[in-house]
Design a protein around this ligand. Sequence first.
Ligand code: MG
Ligand code: MG
Length: 257
Amino acid sequence: MDDWARQIHIKTPAEIAIMRDAGRINAEVLAATKALLQPGVSTADLNAAAEEVLKKHGCFSPFKGYGRPPFPTSVTVCINREMVHGIPKKDRKLRQGDIVSVDCGTVLDGFVADSAYTGGVGEISPRARELLEVTEGALYAGIEKMRVGSRTGDVGAAIQRHVESQGFHVTREYTGHGVGRQMHEGPQVPNYGKPGTGLPLKQGMTIALEPMVLVGTHATRVLPDRWTVVSADGSLTAHFEHTVAVTAGDPLILTVP
Ligand code: MG
Ligand code: MG
């Protein structure tokens, strides 16, 4: 996803309240997909479940039609070695032991909320379980740094430290991002960094933080469909994301129920 609007847009409290409502709906969308993580369910079924919830609320996903070639569905679904931007398909069925990432955005009254999770299909391997825990933990380690006085490098460093201290790898090519009227605004927030570097965080910034973690190495490649990003070595990957507002106090997670 490369046509970034890189400007930073500070949101008013009223705008953040709309994004909070969008985030609540997005959480409901993701929960509907999570309830379907069973063997035999297709990745297109996950997209259909998401669209049903979006429709019920009169919302839509900014993913559909995004980029070149236009992304065809409302959610992205990734299995095992697929890290982000997987295209749902009717003939792609979930299997016992898979780990599945679902990413969705919700547009409400012109504002976007963006969130993702990775879950298991039935019993998953201890290594896969560990990958999920570390990736979700890295998201919260990053969120903890989303405060006035922090810089984007502090956030990235917290994510990177959490991941690498447990022997996993963070992506280099794909980053967190500001979000608001556009799905991708500034600032970019890499999943790695040095403390005390990068752009200062300001009250009213809304940022989608999204650690993408790989078991083998940090290298990735894009499949011939021009969307699906996979680990270069075929190893497992995971992805967790929340949209978070920087406030005068604690970080405010917008994409929760
Ligand atoms: Mg996302
Ligand atoms: Mg995002």
